[in-house]
Ligand binder design. Structure first.
Ligand code: ZN
Length: 173
């Protein structure tokens, strides 16, 4: 009996589905910074997809995510059962780039890479953190505008229960 294995479109030796991303596309980063700027004076929040694995390439705006002056309310139960979703992104209108206590709680709860963006949302106004809230590095790939727009609202086809949907009161001044 021949033994068939499903063919996987993964580069040999490359990152696999669920791998911790090391890279973000310039387009995804610029889109997130633009969202942060347009949400002012409120916070903006979303989640990050890595597709292909290892490369954060898409920003998802979850339905029902509300943003306030001092908080972004993530409704993570709206997330798909999707291993390409790797973490969160949100903005700090104060310009602070360090995580608040509530942010650390969110980071530890779920996801391997999290971005914090700060006003005035210039190209360098961001930091990446791991699931323990430690600052980490992401390579930015691609020139501005050379990747097709992939910013779109996420429309759920099925729901998956996640541990919580924490509210994020900001404790920055
Ligand atoms: Zn925050």
């Amino acid at each position: 009996m021949p033994f068939f294995r499903p063919h996987r479109k993964v580069a040999p030796g490359g990152p696999r589905l669920g791998a911790t991303p090391r890279t973000i596309t310039r387009h995804a980063l610029d889109s997130a910074l633009a969202c942060g700027a347009s949400a002012l004076p409120n916070e903006f929040g979303g989640v990050l997809r890595a597709d292909p694995p290892g490369v954060i390439s898409e920003l998802l705006l979850l339905p029902g995510t509300t943003a306030g002056h001092r908080h972004a309310n993530f409704r993570l139960f709206m997330l798909p059962a999707d291993l390409t979703v790797v973490g969160t992104v949100h903005s700090h209108p104060s310009g602070a780039l360090h995580p608040s206590a509530a942010d650390l709680q969110l980071f530890r709860n779920w996801g391997s890479r999290h971005l914090i963006l700060g006003a005035p949302f210039d190209p360098g106004c961001w930091r990446a953190y791991d699931g323990n809230g430690r600052e980490t590095h992401l390579d930015v790939v691609g020139a501005p505008g050379d990747v097709p727009a992939r910013l779109r609202p996420y429309r759920p086809r099925g729901r998956r229960a996640l541990p919580s949907s924490p509210r994020l009161p900001e404790d920055e001044p």
